[in-house]
Design a binder for this molecule. Structure first.
Ligand SMILES: Nc1ncnc2c1ncn2[C@@H]1O[C@H](COP(=O)(O)OP(=O)(O)OP(=O)(O)O)[C@@H](O)[C@H]1O
Length: 615
């Protein structure tokens, strides 16, 4: 037989494997402790399964700053097992059923965890005595790629362990870190690290004789609420807005979702703290919740989901997908329940996360159905819950901009629902309302469609109104505001600040129609159309926003008869500022000057003993 065709075993370059682990699999050398804790937990579980009467499991960690020992009283290893398991990369008793035990009862499975000790030390020394009663063994693996194995009937080099009578059942791992990694096993650090990974483990763990275990309050939502809140505050770095218990029995996933007290930045990723079999998997696991659940941060434990080889994220499989969907349903149920039973808390939730919830509702039909009815919109009659609008049915009119809305809101007939679609995501949401209720139609509305005729005053009044326009424009010269006098509804409105180009055109048209209503109106409409269609820039002056005084309003008529120049000026200026405020327009410096001048005049007037001296 040709020598080349003989099957040969793969060779493993241990340095290469350790390099792979440290650079590409594990995020930090600290994970070696997690792997040792995990091996201890699994060894204790294996012993318990073989012998239910075995003593209670323990894991003891000690460090003098130079040498770290991690000791468990688990199932231990025989010489054969140590040969097969410790030095075969990728071999695991937990997955390969070497010990005839069930895979799902263990945390480990890949058969690479022990190698992580090479991230901090060049040598791993394992001393173990199997519960089966065989001789203790000592295994020493070196980062060079070799190992030694011996039965401890031989005298031990340090003379301390060689006597079967003094070595209890279980396994001890000894590590002497490289000088560059020594800080990790400094007693304070190693304690913090053990708590970080293993404080919620059911196995009793001590560091330098001190227990580190804590009750997992996130697994007991019926427990003291202050403990659950304190855990949330620790997780978020701020008091959570609220918390939601999570329980997905199908994959043994339980925990708490904490509501963030502030809106996260749009670029933020999910960062949930996840434990697997109560051992920390990761602080920033981002795959467990649906994307839209950005408003919570969870702390969860699971035993039905698979870790990736790094044990820092979860494998994307059907179980994870199922869990994600179920967690999503739980959160949606909570939102609906809060909205229907605790309006105040729900409003608080919305006020913090409203913008992102609106954005998400546009892309997620399911979420839209849950959230949108509980949102509110600005309407001409004040803020209204969308669900009330959906229930009322009919046609909802909306403006595309807040500017249009403000002009319309001042003149809209009572009973006509006009919604402000000018805020972020608002008009897109409004356009989607018919999907939520078939009785609803939505229609965009423009200022020009709502404003009444803006008819010119009767011919008989024309002299008076032309004079009023001239005097009022002079009073507002500083603000460079044009003035027109027109008839419009509602009557009680003395003045309207008009900025909509369509409406301004209409005012101009009606000016022309003053002369020969039918003839000129037709011509002006044509001119308007052409201006709009031939792309010529409209006349700036014609389309400059202006104050429209309402001739149908008694105050305006009275104003036309005021001879006193000062009283006239003051009144026009106040009407101008009032119209701007009514239209929610920002006041420029010159407007504020007009306002304060007129107001201080009024104040003087009202406090002056000589009423007539300041007019
Ligand atoms: N403390 C221990 N007690 C008994 N057996 C152990 C102990 N530590 C390791 N072993 C044995 O060595 C094997 C290899 O351990 P290693 O940590 O490399 O991988 P694993 O725990 O099986 O899987 P993973 O890579 O997922 O951690 C284990 O399957 C187990 O049989």
């Amino acid at each position: 037989m040709n020598q080349d065709s003989v099957a040969r075993p793969f060779q493993v370059d241990l340095r290469g494997v350790v390099d792979l682990l440290s650079r590409h699999i594990y995020s930090s050398p600290q994970v070696f402790l997690r792997e040792l804790l995990q091996n201890g937990v699994d060894a204790v579980a294996a012993r318990k399964m073989q012998d239910p009467a075995a003593p209670e499991g323990r894991l003891e960690i000690d460090s003098d700053g130079e040498l770290l020992t991690v000791r468990d009283n688990g199932v231990g290893l025989t010489l054969d097992e140590a040969t097969q398991l410790l030095a075969t990369v990728g071999r695991s008793s937990k997955r390969d059923s070497v010990l005839n035990l069930r895979r799902e009862d263990f945390l480990g499975q890949f058969g690479i965890g022990l190698l992580s000790c090479f991230l901090i030390a060049d040598e791993i020394r394992v001393v173990s005595r199997s519960a089966s009663g065989s001789r203790p063994v000592e295994w020493i693996g070196s980062t060079e790629g070799s190992f030694t194995l011996r039965s401890l009937d031989d005298p031990a080099p340090d003379g301390k362990i060689g006597d079967r009578a003094v070595l209890p059942v279980g396994t001890t791992v000894y590590l002497r870190p490289r000088p560059t990694e020594a800080a990790i096993i400094e007693p304070g650090n190693i304690r913090r690290l053990a708590a970080h990974f293993g404080e919620y483990l059911a196995l009793r763990i001590s560091v330098a004789g001190e227990p580190i275990n804590k009750a997992a309050s996130f697994l007991d939502p019926a427990g003291p609420p202050e403990e659950i809140l304190a855990l949330g505050a620790d997780l978020l770095g701020a008091t959570p807005l609220d918390w939601i218990p999570l329980d997905i029995p199908g994959t043994g996933t339980r925990g708490i979702a904490y509501l963030l007290p502030t809106a996260p930045p749009p670029s933020a990723h999910q960062a949930n703290r996840v434990y697997l079999g109560r051992m920390l998997l990761g602080e920033r696991v981002d795959s467990l919740l649906p994307d839209w659940a950005f408003f919570v941060r969870c702390i969860l434990d699971t035993d039905g989901l698979q870790p990736t080889a790094s044990r820092e994220q979860l494998v994307e499989d059907a179980s994870l997908e199922f869990t994600r969907e179920e967690l999503g349903k739980t959160l949606k149920r909570w939102i609906v329940q809060l909205a229907t039973t605790q309006q105040r808390r729900f409003d608080q939730f919305l006020s913090v996360h409203q913008l992102s919830l609106r954005a998400l509702s546009l892309h997620d039909d399911e979420l839209a159905a849950v959230i949108v009815p509980w949102l509110s919109v600005e309407t001409a009659a004040g803020r209204m819950p969308i669900r009330a609008l959906l229930e009322s049915g009919g046609t909802l009119r909306y403006t595309e901009t807040t500017d249009e809305f403000r002009q319309i809101a001042a003149v809209v007939p009572p009973g006509m629902p006009v919604l402000n679609g000018g805020y972020a995501y608002e008009s897109e949401l409004i356009r989607r309302l018919p999907e939520l209720s078939p009785q609803i139609q939505v229609e965009r509305i423009r200022v020009a469609e709502v404003l009444d005729e803006l008819a010119a005053p009767a011919l008989a009044d024309r002299d008076a109104t032309a004079e009023l326009e001239r005097r009022a424009e002079r009073a507002l010269a500083e603000a460079a505001c044009k003035v027109s006098v027109r008839n419009f509804n509602p009557e009680h409105l003395p003045a309207l600040y008009v900025a909509d180009p369509e409406v301004l055109r209409r005012i101009e048209r009606s000016k022309a129609s003053d002369v020969a209503p039918s003839f000129w109106a037709g011509i002006m409409a044509n001119v308007d159309e052409q201006l709009g269609s031939n792309g010529k820039k409209p006349d700036d002056d014609r389309l400059r926003s202006r104050l429209c005084l309402n001739w149908a309003n008694p105050l305006t008529r009275e104003l036309a008869g005021v001879d006193d120049g000062l009283v006239f000026e003051r009144t026009v200026r106040l009407l101008y500022v009032q119209a701007m405020l009514e239209g929610h327009r920002p006041l420029a410096a010159v407007d504020r000057k007009l306002l304060s001048g007129s107001l201080s005049d009024l104040i003087h007037l009202s406090v002056s003993p000589d009423f007539g001296s300041i007019r």
